[in-house]
Design a protein around this ligand. Structure first.
Ligand SMILES: Cc1cc2nc3c(=O)[nH]c(=O)nc-3n(C[C@H](O)[C@H](O)[C@H](O)COP(=O)(O)OP(=O)(O)OC[C@H]3O[C@@H](n4cnc5c(N)ncnc54)[C@H](O)[C@@H]3O)c2cc1C
Ligand SMILES: NC(=O)c1ccc[n+]([C@@H]2O[C@H](COP(=O)([O-])OP(=O)(O)OC[C@H]3O[C@@H](n4cnc5c(N)ncnc54)[C@H](OP(=O)(O)O)[C@@H]3O)[C@@H](O)[C@H]2O)c1
Length: 530
């Protein structure tokens, strides 16, 4: 950029300029340096399952800190970017990209990037950290197990042996396309909300089934393509909150991560100043659907579309397609009336039906069966992602149920570095009993949380978990800066090396050996090979 265009940019878009400057500084301070081509990376070697933004970001942190990894992706190379590689071009972030910094080197050009910009940031990251040579596509992981030395094998030994695993399979798999009663009668078209590219609803009446973020996106799509009228048919209520990073950030700052006696304050403020005349479509008071119970949708336009008369948002039950083929029979319920409760039946005439009914959850069934045993089944795991029997397994972003926060943010790096710390430092590694104690303690603290302790969390609660579990164990203190910010790993590594020398000198086995009964592993820069 020449000086002239630089000055023009600065004057015309000062906020965007400041945003770029902040991102540049974050990159300089926090991004690990990409390894040079052909660099010899050290053990521990980590298998990363999934090449969405979580897998790519985790892998780039691993190699950036000098350790080895391999990504296994079920789909072909076109699937790089995970779910974002498979949705509409019109899809984009609902939350501000400030909260979607899945790697410190990500450079957003605007506040709310679209699908293409997100995929291009993931692809650039993949290239920048030389992950082309470390990714195996068309390889679905179906089982993981340990060899006699305690190293992990994925599917079969031909894929290698690993010291740890990051499962990054996401929460949005194949599109869910339920068949509704009487579907064979419908004369119009039926689309899934993720398959709208190249389609137009101009002049048509559209019924959108579902009341989640995809329904909101589909409504925006049909409004832009000048549909005659759109109906959102939602069988349950979810909160919609304004697209404002300050408000979103403030809500994410509830460190308790659940409803509190003060939750009525933001809820009533939203009803009064955001929903206003449409407060009827907000979740009813005392219904158990507080703001801190389910992931809210972040959107400014939907309520305006309803106010303008271009769209209707109806709460109720889908009874099925009408035998006339003209649309859907719908039982419209009033606020507070439960699913399948009494209501008013009406025919919603439609030319097009969009199924905004979500995605199937990818399975974690490839993990050892004991990680699913109650009462420590996912998401009731240590820090929500480490099964208590296996601190070397990190299921990053795939045990997630609901949150006020975001999937694509700094925690991806933090979780990856927790795993690295556990693998290289036997004294910092949590024991199964302590992991269970932490889960029990969090359950106790959140015993009043509707739905359970780990089904909903806020971003500040996540940060509290991280800081707490570092502070509680003095052997982790030396790692604090590295785990939380990704800087300063040399000092703790040196300490670990010396601690290990002392243990060996005293003829003691290290904690890792005690726990696993296996051979000694990677110690401060030495590799014991495959
Ligand atoms: C339209 C849309 C908009 C969204 N917007 C937001 C938003 O604004 N904010 C937000 O926080 N979240 C949003 N999300 C949620 C989104 O899922 C996450 O933000 C994020 O993209 C998840 O990335 P991921 O890498 O964890 O998972 P994914 O992107 O789903 O990637 C997982 C990868 O793992 C692969 N895989 C699965 N199983 C296996 C296996 N057994 N073996 C090998 N590979 C496997 C899959 O093929 C896939 O490529 C949105 C989702 C959608 C659909
Ligand atoms: N830009 C964005 O930020 C964006 C856009 C899209 C998606 N996403 C994310 O992607 C994930 C999936 O979102 P989503 O909206 O696709 O799915 P979702 O949140 O699971 O919502 C699906 C909706 O469809 C309804 N539904 C499901 N099956 C139905 C059936 N048989 N009959 C009637 N209604 C049915 C559900 O009702 P019930 O709730 O009653 O089951 C729910 O309202 C979420 O994490 C979301 O945040 C984000």
């Amino acid at each position: 950029m020449g000086l002239r265009s630089f000055l023009q940019y600065l004057i015309q878009s000062p906020i965007l300029f400041l945003y770029q400057l902040i991102q540049w500084a974050l990159d300089k301070v926090l991004s690990p340096t990409p390894p040079p081509p052909q660099a010899e990376l050290k053990r521990p070697k980590i298998a990363v399952i999934g090449a969405g933004l979580t897998g790519v970001s985790a892998a780039s942190h691993i190699v950036g800190h000098g350790f080895d990894c391999r990504i296994f992706e079920a789909g072909p190379k076109d699937n790089l970017g995970g779910i974002w590689s498979r949705v509409n071009n019109t899809s984009g972030l609902q939350i501000h990209s400030l909260m979607y910094r899945f790697h410190p080197s990500v450079q957003w050009k605007k506040g709310y990037p679209d699908r293409k910009q997100i995929v291009s940031q993931i692809t650039d990251l993949w290239h920048r950290y030389g992950l082309e040579d470390k990714t195996t596509f068309n390889t679905r992981i179906e089982k993981v197990y340990k060899d006699p030395h305690g190293r992990w094998i994925l599917n079969d030994p031909s894929l290698g042996r690993f010291d740890g695993i990051i499962a990054a399979v996401g929460t949005c798999g194949d599109a869910k396309m339920p068949t509704l009663p009487g579907q064979e009668h419908f004369k119009g078209e039926i689309w899934h909300s993720s398959q709208l590219d190249g389609k137009s609803a101009k002049g048509k009446t559209v019924a959108i089934i579902g009341g989640g973020a995809s329904a909101v996106e589909a409504l925006e799509f049909v409004a832009q393509s000048e549909a005659a009228h759109s109906y959102v048919l939602a069988r349950s209520e979810k909160w919609i909150i304004p697209r404002n990073p300050l408000i979103n950030g403030l809500l994410a700052m509830n460190v308790l991560g659940s409803e509190t006696i003060f939750s009525w304050i933001p809820e009533n403020i939203l009803r009064l100043f955001f929903y206003r005349d449409l407060y009827d479509i907000s979740p009813p008071r005392n219904s158990g659907k507080g703001l801190f119970t389910e992931t809210p949708m972040v959107n400014d336009d939907v309520l305006d579309l309803v106010r303008s008369g271009k769209a209707s948002w109806l709460r109720g039950d889908i009874l099925g397609y009408d035998t006339s083929g003209r649309g859907i029979n719908f039982n419209k319920r009033s606020q507070g009336v439960p699913k399948n409760g009494p209501g008013t039946e009406k025919l919603i005439e439609a030319d097009i039906v969009i199924m905004a009914t979500g995605y199937k959850r990818p399975t974690l069934n490839f993990l050892p069966s004991e990680v699913f045993a109650d009462p420590y089944a996912p998401p009731n795991w240590y820090l929500q992602v480490f099964p208590p029997d296996y601190p070397e397994l990190c299921c990053n972003n795939c045990t997630y149920v609901n949150a006020i926060g975001t999937v694509g943010n700094y925690h991806i790096g933090i979780y990856t570095r927790f795993l690295l710390m556990y693998l290289v430092d036997p004294l910092a590694r949590p024991r199964t009993a302590w992991m269970k104690r932490w889960i029990d303690m969090t359950r106790f603290i959140k015993s009043k949380a509707p739905g359970g302790a780990f089904e909903f969390f806020t971003y500040s609660e996540l940060i509290y978990w991280f800081v707490f579990t570092i502070a509680i164990n003095p052997f982790r203190w030396k790692w604090a800066l590295f785990v939380l910010c990704g800087i300063g790993k040399d000092l703790p590594l040196k300490v670990v090396e010396n601690e290990d020398r002392v243990r060996n000198g005293m003829g003691m086995s290290n904690v890792w050996d005690d726990v696993k009964g296996g051979e000694a592993r990677w110690i401060g820069g030495k590799s014991n090979g495959e």
